[in-house]
Ligand binder design. Structure first.
Ligand SMILES: CC(C)(COP(=O)(O)OP(=O)(O)OC[C@H]1O[C@@H](n2cnc3c(N)ncnc32)[C@H](O)[C@@H]1OP(=O)(O)O)[C@@H](O)C(=O)NCCC(=O)NCCS
Length: 353
C-alpha cells in the first residue's frame, strides 16, 4: 500500500515537472509580466510636476508657424506698399490732368477726382484683389452666394491637402536630405532634390489654385469686384516672358504700369526696364524668405534674376514652342526644390554650428 501510494506520488510529480517544462517553453510564460501594473500615480506630461522637458517637437512647430506667419505678414506689407504707390501715382496723374476721362454709362455714374479721396475708397482698394488703383473699378450688381460658398469650401479643402502634403511628404524628404547635403554627397543630394520636386510641385500648383483662383475670387465676390483676371494660361508658356506676363496678373500689371512703362517713357531701353522690374521682384522674393529665416543668402534673389539669361537662352536656342514649354516646366519643377534645399541647408547647418 505504502509503495503503491509512493509510486503514484512520484508519477504525479514527474507529470507536473514535465508540464512545468512545457510551460517554460511557451513564449507568454517567458515574458512573465502578466501581473505588471498598468496604472501608476503619475502627473500628465504637460504638468510642470511631471519633470518632462523635451519640447523639441513643439519648438520646431513654433519655428515653422513663425516663419509662415512672418512670411504672410511680410507679403501683406509688401502688397500694401505696392498698393500705396499705385494710389499715390494715379491720384497724381488725375491732379495733373493727364488721365483721359471715361464716358459715364447710362446705368453707372462715374466718380470723378477728387471725389474719390475718401476713407471708404482707400479701404476698398486696400482690400480689393488688385495692386493697381483706379477711381472707378468695375463692380458687380450682386454677390453670387453659390459661387462664394463653392470657393469657401474649396479653400478649406485645399488648405487641408496643402498641410498634409507638407507634413507627410515634404518635411520627411527635406529632413532626410540634410546628411547627403552636409557630406556633399552630390549623387544622393540630387536624388533628394528630385524626390522633393514632386511634392513641392504639387504644393506649388495647389498654392496657385488656392491663392489666385479661390482666395482672390472670394475677396472679389465679397467686394463685388468684377475683374477676375488674376491669371492667364501660363501653363502654355513657351517663353519665360510669357510665363511672367501671365502667372501673376496683379503683380505683372503693377510692374508694367508703375515701373516698366514709366521707365520706357523716360527713355530707358526695354532691357533696362525689364532688368529693373526683375531686380525689384527678386528683392521681394528674397525679402519674403530671408527676413522670416533671419538670414540673407540671396538664393531666391539669384533665382529671380536668373530668369533674364534663361529667357535669352530659350529665345536663342529653342525655336519649337513645345520644347520651350517643356524647358519652362522643367525650370519650375526643379528650380524651386533646389532653392528650398539651399535655404534648408544654410538654416540648419548654420544653426548647428
Ligand atoms: C517686365 C514685364 C513688366 C514686361 O512685360 P511685357 O508685357 O513682357 O512687356 P512688353 O514690352 O511686351 O509691353 C508691356 C507694356 O509696355 C508697352 N510698351 C512696350 N514698349 C513701349 C514703348 N516703347 N513705348 C510705350 N509703351 C511701350 C506695351 O504696349 C505694353 O502695354 P500694355 O500692357 O498696355 O499692352 C513683365 O515681364 C513682368 O511683369 N515681369 C515681372 C513679373 C514678376 O516679377 N511677377 C512677380 C510674380 S511672383
Amino acid at each position: 500500500m505504502n509503495t503503491s501510494s509512493n509510486n503514484a506520488l512520484k508519477q504525479r510529480q514527474r507529470k507536473s515537472i514535465s508540464k512545468e517544462k512545457k510551460l517554460d517553453k511557451c513564449p507568454e510564460r517567458k515574458a512573465n509580466d502578466y501581473g505588471k501594473r498598468v496604472h501608476h500615480e503619475e502627473a500628465s506630461l504637460l504638468n510642470s510636476s511631471s519633470g518632462f522637458d523635451n519640447y523639441r517637437g513643439i519648438l520646431n512647430l513654433c519655428i515653422v508657424l513663425l516663419v509662415r506667419a512672418a512670411n504672410i505678414t511680410l507679403l501683406w506689407y509688401s502688397m500694401l506698399w505696392l498698393k500705396l504707390i499705385s494710389y499715390i501715382s494715379v491720384n497724381k496723374w488725375h491732379r495733373l490732368g493727364i488721365v483721359k476721362e471715361e464716358e459715364p454709362t447710362k446705368t453707372e455714374q462715374l466718380v470723378k477726382y477728387p471725389d474719390n479721396i475718401t476713407h471708404l475708397d482707400l479701404y476698398y482698394f486696400m482690400a480689393a484683389p488688385t495692386l493697381c488703383y483706379e477711381i472707378n473699378f468695375p463692380r458687380m450688381k450682386r454677390i453670387r452666394k453659390r459661387f462664394l460658398i463653392r470657393r469657401v469650401v474649396e479653400l478649406f479643402f485645399l488648405l487641408g491637402i496643402m498641410g498634409a502634403v507638407v507634413q507627410q511628404w515634404m518635411v520627411p524628404t527635406i529632413k532626410n536630405s540634410l546628411k547627403p547635403i552636409q557630406e556633399m554627397d552630390i549623387f544622393r543630394a540630387v536624388e533628394r532634390i528630385m524626390k522633393l520636386a514632386i511634392p513641392n510641385h504639387f504644393l506649388w500648383l495647389l498654392f496657385f489654385y488656392c491663392f489666385f483662383h479661390t482666395l482672390l475670387n472670394i475677396t472679389g465676390e465679397l467686394l463685388r469686384f468684377a475683374d477676375r483676371t488674376f491669371y492667364r494660361d501660363w501653363w502654355n508658356s513657351s517663353t519665360v516672358e510669357y510665363f511672367w506676363q501671365n502667372w501673376n496678373i496683379p503683380a505683372h500689371r503693377w510692374a508694367s504700369r508703375h515701373l516698366y512703362k514709366p521707365m520706357i517713357r523716360r527713355g530707358y531701353s526695354k532691357l533696362q526696364a525689364q532688368i529693373t522690374v526683375f531686380m525689384l521682384s527678386a528683392f521681394f522674393h528674397e525679402y519674403l524668405v530671408s527676413v522670416p529665416l533671419r538670414m540673407a543668402r540671396l538664393w531666391s534673389f539669384m533665382a529671380m534674376l536668373g530668369q533674364i539669361p534663361m529667357a535669352v537662352f530659350i529665345k536663342a536656342f529653342i525655336s519649337n514652342p513645345n520644347y520651350g514649354n517643356v524647358v519652362v516646366w522643367c525650370s519650375i519643377i526643379l528650380g524651386q526644390p533646389l532653392a528650398i534645399m539651399m535655404y534648408f541647408h544654410d538654416y540648419y547647418v548654420g544653426s548647428l554650428q
